[in-house]
Design a protein around this ligand. Structure first.
Ligand SMILES: Cc1ncc(COP(=O)(O)O)c(C=O)c1O
Length: 395
């Protein structure tokens, strides 16, 4: 049966081969809470691949709020937000989030991925154009795949290339979508220039703040606050699965835009709503983002310390400006090997290989938490130095 759709599954050997040589880095079992130190496969590891930026995923107030919500509303809303799945807690956090980011209204989806999928596919209609940065997150690309619009891409953070696309599609409805902080590279979108060009060519600006909410800007409001241009973001997306220590995703914008998305996004209408325990956690985490700015201060200090230490060791950290610090390793095989050597030294990291990065440019993506202790950070640096030298990445 050479037309069998299972043919590709039977021929898929990449994972098995990595497992055979002990270099398989995926789906390892974490047997503890998500903090700077975790237990993986029975052994303690220091984590450098978590998105728990503010360290709230095991904060007692967040856990308590989650339990309280589950006790009050049960474990599931058993239906879509559209029908029976909206409760007062969903609406409470939507209002709280909208107020926090300075938008008229917000809408809570079941995941961050769903937020991008639903909002982008409903906003970009037939004959309209979605203009994305080449390194935008996969959920943005998926949003376009689900829309009836056309997709154009510009080179990463290359404003001349963005302008070329805007000129090409001028006269059609255009939505520019960028990550605020890029998830693998850790650099920040050039919002001032994006906004200037958007005004010039009458496009709207959508910013995915998955890795910037709680992290950048004086009060952790993300890219708009970082550049002091919150008004220039027409649609703000944020996920609750990183700094907000839960799961879920927000879209925030003008009331009319939210009302339209609410009544047209397939991922709002055709999926069950976020369970109460997750909404309760978001509610408490948002309060802590506001009440404990010292977490963000520590996170930023840690990121600066780590970036400068890696650079002085000789690592290439790209254009990172955030708690995401990629270290260029080379081939996919080197990234897997480095992952394994670090794992054996007590570090849990993330290799990022093709097709997520261009061939020969694989990285080990490191990211930091406000709750990493100085000892944790020094341990991480010591091990990366040792392994980098053994692999010949460092001189
Ligand atoms: C930039 C970006 N956008 C969206 C998402 C999707 O968010 P979630 O994992 O909460 O569905 C992610 C998650 O990795 C992300 O990094």
């Amino acid at each position: 049966m050479n037309f069998d759709i299972f043919g590709k599954c039977f021929n898929f050997k990449a994972a098995t081969e990595l497992k055979k040589i002990g270099f398989y880095p995926y789906f390892h079992k974490v047997e503890s809470v998500q903090g700077p130190e975790i237990i993986v496969d029975g052994k303690k590891k220091i984590v450098v691949c978590s998105n728990n930026y503010l360290g709230l995923a095991n904060h007692p107030k967040v856990i308590e709020a989650s339990i309280t919500a589950a006790k009050k509303y049960g474990t599931s809303c058993t239906g879509s937000r559209f029908l029976n799945g909206t409760n007062d807690l969903h609406e409470k956090v939507e209002k709280k989030f909208a107020k926090f980011v300075g938008k008229e209204e917000a809408l809570l989806f079941t995941t961050g991925h769903h937020s991008n999928l639903g909002a982008i596919s409903s906003l970009v209609g037939k004959n309209e154009v979605l203009i994305t940065d080449r390194l935008d997150h996969a959920s943005i690309i998926d949003g376009c795949r689900l829309s009836f619009g056309e997709m154009a891409r510009f080179r990463h953070n290359d404003m001349a290339d963005l302008e070329r696309q805007l000129i090409k599609y001028q006269g059609r409805g255009m939505l520019i979508v960028v990550d605020g902080v890029f998830s693998m590279e850790g650099d920040i979108a050039n919002l001032p220039e994006i906004s200037r060009l958007a005004k010039k060519y009458e496009a709207r600006v959508f910013v995915d703040e998955a890795h910037s909410l709680g992290v950048i800007g004086e009060n952790g409001k993300g890219t708009g606050e970082y550049f002091n241009m919150e008004e220039d973001i027409d649609v703000l997306m944020a996920t609750a699965s990183k700094s907000l220590a839960s799961i879920g995703g927000f879209i925030a914008s003008k009331s009319e835009v939210i009302d339209f998305i609410k009544h047209s996004a397939r991922t709002m209408i055709f999926t069950a709503s976020l369970p109460p325990a997750c909404v309760g956690a978001i509610d408490a985490a948002l309060d802590l983002v506001i009440a404990e700015p010292e977490r963000r201060t520590r996170l930023i200090e840690t990121s600066k310390k780590m970036r400068s230490a890696f650079k002085s060791m000789g690592y290439n950290t790209g254009h990172s400006q955030s708690p995401i610090i990629p270290l260029t390793v080379g081939s996919d095989f080197s990234a897997f090997k480095m992952w394994k050597m670090l794992f054996d030294e007590g570090i849990f990291a993330s290799p990022v290989v093709t097709p997520a990065v261009p061939e020969g440019n694989s990285i080990v993506r490191t990211s930091y938490m406000a709750t990493h202790s100085d000892d944790n950070l020094n341990f991480i640096l010591e091990k990366f130095k040792k392994v980098g030298k053994q692999l010949g990445i460092l001189g």
